[in-house]
Design a protein around this ligand. Structure first.
Ligand code: ZN
Ligand code: ZN
Ligand code: FE
Length: 761
């Protein structure tokens, strides 16, 4: 006999972990103690070494669904303690107790089975859940996490639920949101004016009938409301667009099962795994080629956002009636997603024909996550429901100071750190909208309270007009904290490094639409070298004049005009050519931009794919959608050194595109050749950077890398040239992921270089 000290790191608190260990230890017939610590739990057991080792091996295999085990450290051969039983000890550091909160997780198989079993006491009960599933983050008001501090405080448990809650053998042992039809929340159906017409099963039947009639239903999900309608009739989708004033942005659909999704899209095994995983993000899937045109009413490009049902209510709503439904966030012109019953009824008047609501309040808004699947895992375009608020580990140093990073503006985000963990927020939106900015500030306070974080420094973007930057300045002034402004593309580089836990220096290909450079110009087609401490600008692209400044983000022909003119090509096709020329000549409000997103926009217009965008980045999306997949040719281009920068000179590329288009070469061929050109250019820039610096690791970040065509080719091309390539894995490549990089830079500077991201193990 000997004693073992076993430390388990990760998310093992508030997820039914201690009862699990309790059962496991009992099954092995061992005795000892368990307690929560700042980074997980600590277990001490007496026993024979062989049995102790076997138990340790079992832990990761049998751990509860919501637990995340990062590491298990076991020390054997200690003197026996002579334990007489197995006891749960009080936590040493109370401050750390229960500080980690699980995201919302889709209904588990056990609950789904019970819900569909006649005679079960939760048969057809739309709020069924257990320790392994259900709402968490979106119903929590405060910590420590227990029922009294969630939306469930309004629903005292009935005797039967209470008995389950206290029974260690039960799947609902200590499941805070547990309820049944006797004691729990109730669903109800309301008409377009918000008048309640029915409750319970009848409400769901009435909602389903409304959908069958081709009407539009508002339905309350986990983190907010959706608008749902039948997805096979283009007229209904068009009507929803008209009412929602959402002309061209794609709609996501919810499919009953993976095989239902397969009738709309091609689904790889990896995509199926993410789709049906417990986090249930929207996954961008390739439409079945045969149905591509037919599904244009859902999405104008090749991809379609698909998710599976994730709440019991969704499953009941589908019934046997539907295989798929349009399921789009219920919000109005860039305001945050609606999440309260009364507000939804008021604001969706004239949009929704009926409401499927319930009386379990949503405490925290949380939009659906959005990703594509690259390799085996998620590649985020939006990291939100199902993932937030899991921390992103960016260091093993648990004594680091805490920082608040404030993100950018349009795809706003913030990130708070505690020790080696970063807590990036859920999807927020564009801060220029007043309600969104309020939501952003509220969530910063909410996260600080939930995770018990008092930041000792604040990081923000360099841009003087970003509201997130103004907010950062105010906080620092009020609380006398140091402020670290971080250049936009440096933050992207640091974000991808921290995401991959890299240290030292790397080459960064940072491509996005916009970001203020250190020279006062707009950057965004950058090849940088550097690390957390600092960066150098190695390469970029030939700047483009934006006629009318931000107007050019929507009027893409303004950029086409500039590109064609500089390439020495005819601009007569462009309707406002005369006006643009005059504006350019006056030089007023024509800032220079090296943004890759703008080059994409301009090319979309040169090829006549899109001349007026209805949302930022639409040109790039449609250009990618137009591209043929098997085109390998590259267009001519120059890489020239100018003022110490290796610039991509696109003039020959544009000239060639214009000539080929004149000749009648297919747009799909030209769109693909354009992107192939960027890939070859990037490889040459990286090779030159490697020659100059000796660096061979390349990070890819920035919103332009949401482009699947590029992501399926560029990393491979770089690897062929013996580069080590890193892309985002845990946060978005767009500005939503920026705050993580800002935080890493601030941590480094605050600690005078002592911050290390790389894993020590
Ligand atoms: Zn469950
Ligand atoms: Zn009950
Ligand atoms: Fe950016």
């Amino acid at each position: 006999m000997e004693r073992a000290l076993i430390k388990i790191h990760g998310i093992v608190q508030g997820v039914g972990f201690r009862p699990f260990i309790h059962r496991l230890v009992r099954d092995f017939g061992l005795k000892g103690t368990i307690k929560n610590t700042s980074s997980g739990v600590e277990l001490e057991l007496d026993g024979e070494k062989e049995i102790l080792e076997k138990l340790v091996r079992e832990i990761p295999h049998r751990a509860p669904a919501l637990a995340v085990i990062e590491a298990i450290e076991a020390q054997y051969g200690l003197p026996c303690a002579g334990f007489e039983s197995f006891t749960i000890l009080a936590s040493k550091q109370e401050a750390f107790r229960n500080t980690l909160i699980s995201p919302d997780i889709c209904i588990c198989d056990d609950c789904l089975r019970e819900m569909m079993t006649q005679g079960d006491r939760r048969y057809h009960y739309p709020f069924i859940n257990c320790t392994n599933c259900g709402p968490r983050f979106t119903i929590i008001k405060d910590v420590p996490y227990d029922r009294a501090k969630t939306s469930m405080s309004a629903f005292p448990m009935c005797a039967e639920c209470d008995a389950e809650y206290h029974d260690i053998e039960n799947r609902r042992y200590h499941a805070q949101p547990d309820a049944c039809s006797v004691c729990g929340p109730v669903a109800f159906f309301a008409d377009a004016d918000g008048k309640t017409l029915s409750k319970g099963e009848e409400a769901i039947a009435q909602a389903r009938a409304l959908l069958c009639e081709g009407k539009i239903l508002a339905v309350k999900g986990l983190g907010g409301m959706h608008l749902a309608c039948c997805c096979d009739d283009p007229a209904i989708a068009r009507e929803l667009r008209r009412r929602k004033q959402r002309d061209e942005k794609p709609f996501a659909i919810m499919c009953r099962t993976v095989s239902a999704a397969q009738s709309y899209c091609e689904v790889t095994p990896e995509e199926a795994a993410v789709l049906s995983g417990k986090r249930r993000p929207i996954v961008l899937l390739r439409k079945k080629p045969a149905r591509e045109a037919e599904l244009k009413h859902l999405s104008e490009n090749r991809m379609l956002g698909v998710m599976l049902p994730y709440t019991p209510l969704h499953y009941l709503l589908f019934g046997d009636e539907f295989d798929a439904l349009v399921m789009t966030s219920a919000n109005l012109s860039d305001t945050p997603i609606l999440y309260r019953n009364e507000e939804a009824v008021e604001k969706l008047h004239g949009i929704a024909d009926g409401f499927l609501l319930h009386n379990r309040e949503i405490q925290t808004r949380c939009d659906d996550s959005l990703c594509m699947v690259l390799g085996e895992g998620e590649y985020f375009l939006r990291r939100s429901r199902g993932y937030v608020p899991y921390p992103v580990r960016i260091s093993d140093q648990d004594t680091l100071p805490s920082v608040l990073a404030c993100g950018a503006e349009q795809k706003a985000s913030f990130c708070l750190t505690k020790g080696g963990s970063a807590f990036p927020c859920q999807h927020i939106g564009d801060l220029k909208n007043f309600e969104t900015f309020e939501h952003y500030q509220d969530q910063i306070q909410h996260f600080k309270r939930l995770f018990d974080i008092e930041p000792q420094a604040v990081a923000c973007d360099l841009h003087p007009d970003y509201l997130s930057g103004e907010y950062a300045h105010e906080v620092c002034k009020e609380e006398h904290l140091p402020l670290y402004p971080v250049q936009h593309h440096h933050a992207h580089l640091a974000s991808c490094m921290a995401d991959n836990r890299l240290d030292g220096t790397v080459i960064g290909l940072i491509w996005d639409g916009t970001g203020l450079g250190t020279d006062g110009n707009i950057w965004g087609g950058e090849c940088l070298t550097g690390g957390y401490s600092e960066f150098q600008r190695f390469g970029s692209l030939r700047p483009i004049s934006l006629i009318g400044g931000d107007r050019a983000i929507m009027d893409l022909d303004r950029i086409a005009y500039v590109l064609l003119r500089e390439a020495g090509k005819n601009t007569a096709r462009i309707e406002n050519a005369g006006l643009y020329q005059a504006m350019l000549a006056s030089g007023l409000n024509c800032p220079q931009s090296s943004g890759m997103g703008r080059l994409f926009d301009g090319v979309a217009s040169v090829l006549n794919v899109k001349n007026n965008a209805s949302y930022e980045g639409q040109g790039a999306v449609l250009l990618e959608a137009a591209a043929g997949e098997n085109e390998t040719d590259v267009l001519p281009f120059d890489l020239t050194e100018q003022a110490g920068l290796l610039l991509f000179d696109w003039r020959k590329t544009i000239a060639s595109l214009a000539e080929e288009k004149e000749k009648g070469t297919a747009v799909g061929v030209l769109a693909a050749r354009f992107m192939n050109t960027l890939i070859e250019m990037a490889v040459l820039q990286c090779k030159a950077a490697r020659e100059a610096t000796g660096l061979s690791r390349v990070v890819l970040s920035g919103g332009s890398f949401q482009n699947r065509y590029m992501m399926q080719r560029l990393p491979q091309r770089l690897q062929d040239q013996k580069f080590d390539v890193y892309r985002h894995k845990r946060v978005s490549c767009n500005d939503e992921g920026l705050s993580l990089g800002q935080a890493a830079v601030a941590l480094y500077q605050l600690g005078k270089g002592n911050y290390v991201s790389g894993s020590s193990t």
